[in-house]
Structure formats: structure tokens, C-alpha cells
Design a protein around this ligand. Structure first.
Ligand code: NAP
Length: 257
């Protein structure tokens, strides 16, 4: 049986990269999906692609740094589908990937607001709905950089480490309501974000890919596969876990970047 057959949920940060691949995959696995991001045109193209494959989806244009948008996303999803069985909180920003001494307070605020505070707000709104329904599953996208480091990653690493910190107490609090919550921690994944981070040096981007023990960066689709499993009932005994999906990059201990 399809992993998400009969389920309804939301992918936040679905207009490109991992979230786009996730929305396509979840629909293929039987879910009805609300897709959320700021770029409406990209969302509408995604909805058309899902519907073209026989799936069900609709777009919600929202900015996760706007507090009121979190309740609206849940309300519009429940109005359309009747339930919120799962949520994939994947929206994120690389921020300004520069040395710490060059980083501004505004960079800190923008990155932490998107990568950490917005997920806290999302989870609160989603879990309130799931508790009323009797359960649900949530996955957030963290990063290998929550436990690793690159020059320039101070703010990004702090925001993702904060997300892994949020995860464990949230899992304890939500378990009694039948809600599971996990993080996926990707390594280098070939998306707009990665190309932006390495925009000054294609050779370094290439070396970064080859430094993964599997010999390349991951694809958005294979990253989404882990989220799909964690959101499905087959992961019924998994909660509070931050799981690397990084082709062995983090354990390898060797860096060319
Ligand atoms: P991406 O293609 O740039 O996707 C980022 C997504 O987040 C887009 O859909 C973007 O949509 C959305 N987003 C960003 N800010 C938003 C906001 N304020 N409100 C609503 N949506 C917002 O990059 P990606 O690589 O797929 O990243 C997805 C997640 O994976 C991020 O959390 C990232 O930190 C994490 N990650 C990526 C890698 C990697 O190597 N690529 C590694 C580890 C972790 P709009 O711009 O349309 O709003």
C-alpha cells in the first residue's frame, strides 16, 4: 500500500528543492497536499504537476516569518481536506554565509527567524489541530550543520542546532496526544540553496559533492524519501529523532571545504 494513502497534510517550503520533491513524492504515495511558500507561481506549477499525475494539491502563499500565517496555513488545509494528518516544515534559508566577524545582527535575526522561530510557530499551530483530531506526524528539516561546521555557517548552524534542541522536548510533550515529531538532517543536497551558498566557486562546489562518501551530493528526492517514511504509519515507533540523510558526509571526518 502507498505510504501516505488516505492522509492529508502540508509541505511548508514547497516551491523548490527538497520541499518540491517532497510534495511530488507525498502525492505519489497517496496524500492530499497543501503546498506553501512565498513564490506563488512556482507553487501553481507544482500543483499542476501533481494534478497532472492524478494527485490532489492546492497552493497557500505564505511567509513563515509572519506569525499570523501559521494559523492560516492550518485553517486553509483543514478547510480543504478536513484533517491535518502530517506536516513537513522544510522552509529555510542559508542566510548570509560569511565569516562571523562580517555578519550583521540583521542576518542573525532573519536566519534564526526563518529556520528556528518559524518552525516553533508552525509546530504549535499544527500540533493544536492534531491533538484535537487524536494524532498526527510532523517532520522538520534541520541540517548536518546542526552538528557540523563550515567557515561562514555560524548563524545557520546555530539556527539548525536550535531546531534539533526544540525537537526532543516537543516529542516528549506531544507523544501523549498521539503526535510524533522528527527532524531530517540533510548533508549536501543539490538545490538552489546549495548553488547559492557556493556561488563564488564552482570548483569548491564540485569538491564538496565529491567529499561525500557516496561520491556526490544527495538529490532532493532521496532526501524527501526519509521525510515520507517518518510521516507514515510505518514509523509509528519513531519520535524525537534527528536523522542524518547525508551520504555519510558527517561521519567521514574528512573535508575538502
Ligand atoms: P531551496 O530550494 O532554497 O528551498 C527553500 C524553500 O523554503 C523554498 O520553497 C522557499 O520558498 C522556502 N522558504 C524560504 N523562506 C521562506 C519564508 N520566509 N516563507 C515561506 N517559505 C520560505 O533549498 P533546499 O535546499 O531545498 O532547502 C530546504 C531545507 O533543507 C531548508 O530548511 C534547508 O536549510 C535544508 N537543508 C538543505 C541542505 C542542502 O544542501 N540543500 C542541507 C541541509 C539542510 P520561497 O522562496 O518561494 O518562499
Amino acid at each position: 500500500m502507498a505510504l501516505l494513502a488516505g492522509k492529508s497534510g502540508v509541505v511548508v517550503g514547497a516551491s523548490s528543492g527538497i520541499g518540491h520533491a517532497a510534495a511530488m513524492l507525498f502525492a505519489e504515495e497517496g496524500a492530499q497536499v497543501a503546498v506553501v511558500a512565498r513564490r506563488r507561481e512556482k507553487l501553481e506549477d507544482l500543483v499542476a504537476a501533481i494534478e497532472g499525475e492524478g494527485g490532489t494539491a492546492f497552493a497557500i502563499q505564505a511567509d513563515v516569518t509572519t506569525m499570523a500565517d501559521h494559523a492560516r496555513i492550518v485553517a486553509e488545509t483543514v478547510a480543504a481536506f478536513g484533517r491535518l494528518d502530517f506536516a513537513f516544515n522544510n522552509a529555510g534559508t542559508i542566510g548570509n554565509f560569511v565569516p562571523m566577524l562580517e555578519q550583521s545582527e540583521a542576518d542573525w535575526d532573519r536566519t534564526v527567524s526563518t529556520n528556528l522561530k518559524a518552525v516553533w510557530l508552525s509546530v504549535r499551530a499544527q500540533a493544536a489541530q492534531m491533538r484535537v483530531q487524536g494524532g498526527g506526524a510532523i517532520v522538520n528539516t534541520s541540517s548536518w550543520l546542526a552538528i557540523g561546521a563550515l567557515p561562514g555557517s555560524t548563524v545557520y548552524s546555530a539556527s539548525k542546532a536550535g531546531l534539533d534542541g526544540l525537537l526532543r522536548p516537543a516529542a516528549l510533550e506531544l507523544a501523549a496526544s498521539g503526535i510524533r515529531i522528527n527532524n531530517i538532517n540533510p548533508g549536501g543536497i543539490d538545490t538552489e540553496m546549495t548553488r547559492e551558498a557556493f556561488r563564488h566557486d564552482a570548483a569548491v562546489l564540485d569538491a564538496f559533492g565529491r567529499a561525500h562518501p557516496i561520491g556526490r551530493m544527495g538529490t532532493p528526492r532521496e532526501t524527501a524519501e526519509l521525510a515520507c517514511f517518518l510521516l507514515s504509519d510505518r514509523a509509528a515507533n519513531v519520535t524525537g529523532q534527528a536523522i542524518l540523510v547525508d551520504g555519510g558526509y558527517t561521519i567521514a571526518g574528512q573535508r575538502t571545504t
